[in-house]
Each structure stands twice: as structure tokens, then as C-alpha cells.
Design a protein around this ligand. Structure first.
Ligand code: ZN
Length: 479
């Protein structure tokens, strides 16, 4: 049984999807006006892991994540670069896929709709809200009327509408009836991209797209809505208001939010300038290390980002990998005689315990830190076993299960790539002979005939014949 912390109820709840073995989930995606930073990478990696664990647990998962490819930031970036908004979107969506492929996001079966491809759906949603009296138009702009939803507004962020109104920043906008009212449709200024609508030639407000797209792909009620903590208010609060007022379902039943990333104890933020782009980090560290690092803490906790932490993660991945490779090597060797039976039984028990601990950690609000801890404990046991045993047939069978199961947990569920076999270079012989020929060439140049002959004779003994040409020597394998 999976339990998860639902931001909506503020409690750990048993997870029960609407349909028996099917999970529908939606996670807010990036605005594609720049390369993604590590703060965007955390939800991408974490919710990908949620999907993987749900699949491991026997669910079929329909996972939707959007691209915001039209909004104020997109427009100002396009102006800065002197290109069209759609060129900016194209460039940074391509970059997004380049970066996230390296942290092994599972794209297969995933839907990634773009806002601009769903403008029709959004207009339909605004019309519905207008018809039901939740929206009003002023000079071509359309706003959501919070007053009509005041009793429920704030249920996700646990705030009262009155407190929000009095705490709201006074904006220079006399069009809105209340400072909390938010934009559903925005009339385009000159030179801004626009779409036709009943209200004006304009574009949708940012919150609108997630309500419209989650409805289009997942229906009135779906299971999990995820995103970073910073999206709880106002973005998710506004999504709830729109969807519940326009559609007939519960909207999302479970809300999951990941914590912030800290740098030197301070919250990473773009506005403060203390942030790292994912691609900068990937220049120095492999994607699997970044992924392992992100999963080494529980997702709701803030995570400290530093080189020291990444180095630690790198060592961790390598420790698991080296141990699995050692086991693979033993498996390739002939089986030993009857070994100490206790050692085999103990390794087998330890494997069972590891699976149980991993699953109970993941079932408890997707605690990847506990899952990883369980794998590390087993790696220790496995090393102990490999140090002092030549596995007999029974030992080999447990060893094989160990490799199969641990690699499934680390690779398939946590999505962290580990190699199981040493890479064998098929061209190794060729490369070694070429290297020796280069050395021999140098020896000849230096008139070191003794060494030159030694290399030729040595190769001859190994069945490799050298033929000296004018500038270059060639070689053949003697038949
Ligand atoms: Zn969203």
C-alpha cells in the first residue's frame, strides 16, 4: 500500500487512484524561455521516479507535463534576442530534451502538450467560467472573480481569502475588482503575438493552461498533481479555482510538492542570481550522478546543492556499480565446491530484507532516501560475501538474483544508470598493435635497433607479422 503526503489535506494518505490499476498524473512543466536550472530538474527527476515506482508497483501511468511556450517572459526573451516567440520556444524545448535525456527521464508514453497548441481549449474554459458567472471582462482582458469563490479559495495553501486580500500587493491595475482576481485572458499589446477570442486578440493567462490541458488529457478528475512548492500559491490555487468552477469533477485528488534547492544555506532563486543551469552541472558531472544526488534526500525536504554533495553522490553510484560488476565477474567464473551454506543463506535473507526496506521506504511517501539507504546496506553485505567466498552453484544463483534485483531497483525504479559489465573493446588488439608499431617507429628513428627488433620479434612470437614499408609499417596475423 502506497501512502503519500497530500498538500490538500495536509496529511499522509493512502493512495487510491480513481481507476483501479491506472494512475493519471499531471506535473507543471517549464516555461521555455531559457535553459533549465537545477531547480527545474528536481521535480522533473522526482516525478519521473514517482511514475517509475508506480509502474513497478503494477500501475499503468498516464503522465502529462506541459511546456509553457507563451507568456510575458517568453515575449521579453524573444524581444531581447530579436526573434519570434516560437523560435525561442523551439530552441529551449530542444535544449530541454537534450539536458533531461542525460538525467534519464522516461519519455516513452508521456504526453508533453504545449500551451500554444491548446489555445482553443483554454478559450472554451474561459467561456465556461464566464457563463457560470466566475469571470468578467474589462477592455478585452478577462479576470477570474475570486469573490464568487471566496469560501473555497486558499484551501491548498491553507490561507483565508480575507487575509490574502489584505496581504496582497496593490498592483497598478484598476481594472480588477479585487487584488486577488487573476488574468484568464490578456489583450495583446502592439507587436505581441495574439490569438482571436470573443474578448480580444490576445493570449491566455498562465494559470489557465494547466487547467485546460489536464482536463483535455486526464478528464474532470485525476489522481496526482505535482510541482515545486513555489507553485502552491497562487498557481495551483488558481488552477483549482478554474477547474472546480468550470468542470464537474474533483480536479486532482492528491497534490504533491517538492522542496526547494538551497545553495550555501540560502534558497536558490533566479532573482537572487544564485542558481545553476542543469547543463552547466552536466559539464562536470554525469547525469546519473545528478539524478542520484536529487533522490538522495526526501523530496519534500530542501536539498543542499554543492560540489561536495555531488562528489558524495558520484562515489555512491560508483560504489554500487563496482560491487555489481564484481558480482558479475564472479558469475562468469566456474562455480566453486560446496561453500559455507550460512553465507549463502545470509546473503539471500539480506536480499529479501533489502527489497522489503526499499519498498516500505518508497511506499511511505516515496522516500527515495530510505530506498537508497537499503541498497547501500546490501552493497556492504554483498561485498562481504564476495570477499570471502567462491560461490558454489547455490551461491551463484543468489548472486544472480542479487544483481538482477538491485540493478532493477537502481536502474528501472530510481532511473540511475549503472553499468553491469566492463566495457570490452573489440578493437583492443588492433589498438595495442598500432601502439607498439608507433613505438617501434620511434625506436627506428632514434636508431635504437635493439628495441625495434625486440618489438618485431615479440609480435612475431605472438603470431603477428610486421612488414616495413617506405614510411609506414603494416601488420598481418600469420595464418
Ligand atoms: Zn501548472
Amino acid at each position: 500500500m502506497i501512502k503519500l503526503y497530500n498538500t490538500l489535506s495536509g496529511k499522509l494518505e493512502e493512495f487510491k487512484p480513481v481507476e483501479d490499476k491506472k494512475v493519471k498524473m499531471y506535473v507543471c512543466g517549464p516555461t521555455v524561455y531559457n535553459y533549465i536550472h537545477i531547480g527545474n530538474a528536481r521535480p522533473a527527476i522526482f516525478f519521473d521516479t514517482v511514475r517509475r515506482y508506480l509502474e513497478y508497483s503494477g500501475y499503468e501511468v498516464l503522465y502529462v507535463q506541459n511546456f509553457t511556450d507563451i507568456d510575458d517572459k517568453m515575449i521579453s526573451r524573444a524581444n531581447e534576442e530579436g526573434v519570434a516567440v516560437k523560435d525561442i520556444a523551439e530552441k529551449y524545448i530542444k535544449a530541454y530534451f537534450e539536458d533531461t535525456a542525460k538525467v534519464n527521464l522516461k519519455e516513452e508514453g508521456m504526453l508533453r502538450p504545449k500551451a500554444t497548441e491548446n489555445i482553443g481549449e483554454m478559450i472554451k474554459l474561459v467561456k465556461e467560467l464566464e457563463k457560470k458567472g466566475y469571470a468578467y471582462e474589462v477592455d478585452g482582458d478577462v479576470y477570474f472573480d475570486i469573490e464568487k469563490y471566496r469560501d473555497q479559495y486558499g484551501e491548498l495553501s491553507k490561507q483565508k481569502t480575507d487575509d490574502l486580500v489584505s496581504g496582497a500587493r496593490i498592483e497598478v491595475n484598476d481594472k480588477k475588482r479585487s487584488p486577488l482576481d487573476f488574468t484568464l485572458w490578456k489583450k495583446a499589446k502592439e507587436d505581441e503575438p495574439y490569438w482571436g477570442s470573443p474578448w480580444s486578440q490576445g493570449r491566455p493567462g498562465w494559470h489557465l493552461e494547466c487547467s485546460a490541458m489536464s482536463h483535455k488529457y486526464l478528464g474532470d478528475t485525476f489522481d496526482i498533481h505535482g510541482g515545486g512548492q513555489d507553485l502552491i500559491f497562487p498557481h495551483h490555487e488558481n488552477e483549482i479555482a478554474q477547474s472546480k468552477c468550470a468542470y464537474n469533477g474533483e480536479f486532482s485528488r492528491y497534490w504533491m510538492h517538492n522542496g526547494y534547492i538551497n545553495i550555501k544555506g540560502e534558497k536558490m532563486s533566479k532573482s537572487k542570481g544564485n542558481f545553476f543551469l542543469l547543463r552547466e552541472v552536466l559539464e562536470k558531472y554525469e547525469g546519473r550522478v545528478v539524478r542520484f544526488f536529487m533522490l538522495s534526500s526526501h523530496y519534500r525536504k530542501p536539498i543542499d546543492f554543492s560540489e561536495a554533495e555531488l562528489e558524495q553522490a558520484k562515489k555512491g553510484v560508483e560504489r554500487i556499480e563496482t560491487t555489481l560488476m564484481r558480482a558479475m565477474e564472479k558469475l562468469a567464473e566456474p562455480a566453486g565446491d560446496m561453500e559455507n551454506k550460512e553465507a549463502v543463506v545470509s546473503l539471500d535473507n539480506s536480499l529479501e530484507n533489502t527489497i522489503a526496506k526499499f519498498e516500505s521506504g518508497m511506499n511511505d511517501d516515496f522516500n527515495t532516501a530510505i530506498g537508497i539507504g537499503a541498497i547501500f546496506e546490501f552493497v556492504k553485505e554483498l561485498n562481504k560475501y564476495l570477499d570471502s567466498n567462491i560461490p558454489c552453484e547455490a551461491g551463484k544463483s543468489v548472486l544472480q538474483s542479487s544483481v538482477d534485483i538491485i540493478s532493477r531497483l537502481i536502474k528501472d525504479v530510481l532511473g540511475v544508470e549503472v553499468k553491469l559489465e566492463k566495457k570490452v573493446d573489440n578493437n583492443l588488439t588492433e589498438k595495442l598493435v598500432e601502439l607498439l608499431l608507433d613505438l617501434r617507429q620511434q625506436a627506428r628513428k632514434d636508431k635504437n635497433w635493439g628495441l625495434s627488433d625486440q618489438i618485431r620479434d615479440g609480435l612475431d612470437e605472438l603470431g603477428i607479422q610486421i612488414k616495413d614499408g617506405k614510411d609506414k609499417s603494416t601488420w598481418t596475423i600469420k595464418s
